[in-house]
Design a protein around this ligand. Structure first.
Ligand SMILES: NC(=O)c1ccc[n+]([C@@H]2O[C@H](COP(=O)([O-])OP(=O)(O)OC[C@H]3O[C@@H](n4cnc5c(N)ncnc54)[C@H](OP(=O)(O)O)[C@@H]3O)[C@@H](O)[C@H]2O)c1
Length: 313
């Protein structure tokens, strides 16, 4: 079968690779749509430690139908459309995944939309849940036009929060207002938001974390769930001490720490918001699998608004 493999030169190439087989507790999924995220760019560059490197297939999320069930896997799963979250290998025609890494696709939903929710919706929902955000609180979202950010904006709004977004243009700000943001900070025009926040959702990190940490209200919560601008600066802990009197909470959230049961509960909440019309997938563009390099470049250059998706054919 065809798959997108990382080469030693840190470029991607479509290659023939062996067919996956469903081992015990695994299913093979016929992939219809694949999520492209910044984490794939990091993996390509050798900046994401869990990725095995050259010769491996990229991709942490795919939507498709179960083709075969391995030993111990119920036969009724065969033919069901699922969101598959493999450790890697989703940029392919088929992928083998443990059943604990499968989630049901909502009935009738387009596979491209489901994968655009995918991991990002789990990060956005999980990060906001960890902060215990409540109705009426002020939430700031950094990296708001990214795959995670567009969903965090909608979910925070659905939870009744007042949402401010940090983004990189007025045009992106207008699109984010349509998703529930009430205030927009253009990071290319002004250095920092001026208000104070109960919750900050940060998918960007980088050297400005400490300045944003100081924007927390008393008892505020700062959840770091991504690093599009690199590791947080070393001044982060100084900021925690400077604002000690406010009892700030700084927490990190990674999907890797969730049990399959927690992931399933989070996905159920996401699907519930979708069914209630409070959340929708934001697809930037979809490309054929053969155009994986272009899709990755679009994410790497920060050109996307929402999620870039690959599809078969
Ligand atoms: N916690 C987890 O379990 C988990 C899971 C998957 C991915 N991630 C991580 O989450 C991060 C975001 O992923 P994503 O797929 O949402 O990425 P993305 O679609 O590329 O979005 C990132 C956004 O951050 C903003 N941004 C980029 N560079 C910036 C900079 N130098 N300074 C300020 N803002 C910048 C841009 O938004 P604006 O134009 O709106 O400013 C960009 O759209 C990545 O680091 C990824 O590895 C975490």
């Amino acid at each position: 079968m065809k798959a997108v493999v990382v080469e030693a030169s840190q470029e991607v190439a479509l290659a023939d690779v062996p067919e996956p087989a469903a081992g015990p507790g695994q299913a093979v999924v016929d992939v219809e749509a694949i999520g492209v995220g910044y984490v794939d760019v990091m993996a390509l560059r050798g900046q994401y430690a869990p990725f095995p490197g050259a010769g491996s297939v990229l991709g942490l999320e795919a939507v498709g139908r179960v083709r075969t069930a391995g030993p111990g896997v119920p036969e009724h799963l065969v033919g069901k459309r699922v969101l598959a979250l493999p450790d890697f290998g989703a940029y392919a025609e088929r992928v083998a995944v443990g059943t604990g890494q499968l989630l049901p696709a909502p009935d009738g939903a387009d596979p491209v939309d489901v994968v655009a929710l995918g991991l990002n919706a789990l990060v956005a929902e999980g990060a906001l849940s960890r902060t215990g955000v409540s109705s009426g609180e002020r939430v700031l979202i950094r990296g708001a036009s990214g795959g995670i950010g567009v969903l965090a904006t909608q979910i925070a709004h659905a939870l009744g929060a007042e949402v401010t977004v940090v983004t990189s243009s007025a045009e992106r700000g207008e699109r984010l207002r349509k998703l529930g943001a009430t205030e927009v900070v253009d990071r290319t025009q002004s250095a920092l938001p001026e208000d104070a926040y109960d919750v900050i959702v940060d998918t960007v990190a980088g050297p400005q974390v400490h300045e944003h940490l100081e924007l927390l209200r008393p008892n505020g919560r700062y959840v770091l769930c991504g690093g599009a601008a690199g590791a947080p600066g070393t001044e982060t802990f100084d900021a925690l001490l400077r604002t000690f009197h406010n009892s700030p909470t700084l927490l990190a959230f990674s999907l890797n720490s969730l049990t399959p049961e927690d992931r399933r509960r989070s996905w159920d909440r996401v699907v519930g918001l979708l069914a209630d019309g409070k959340l929708s997938a934001v697809v930037d563009r979809s490309f054929p699998l053969t155009d994986a390099a272009t899709a990755l470049q679009r994410v790497d250059r920060g050109q996307s608004f929402g999620k870039v998706v690959l599809r078969q054919g």
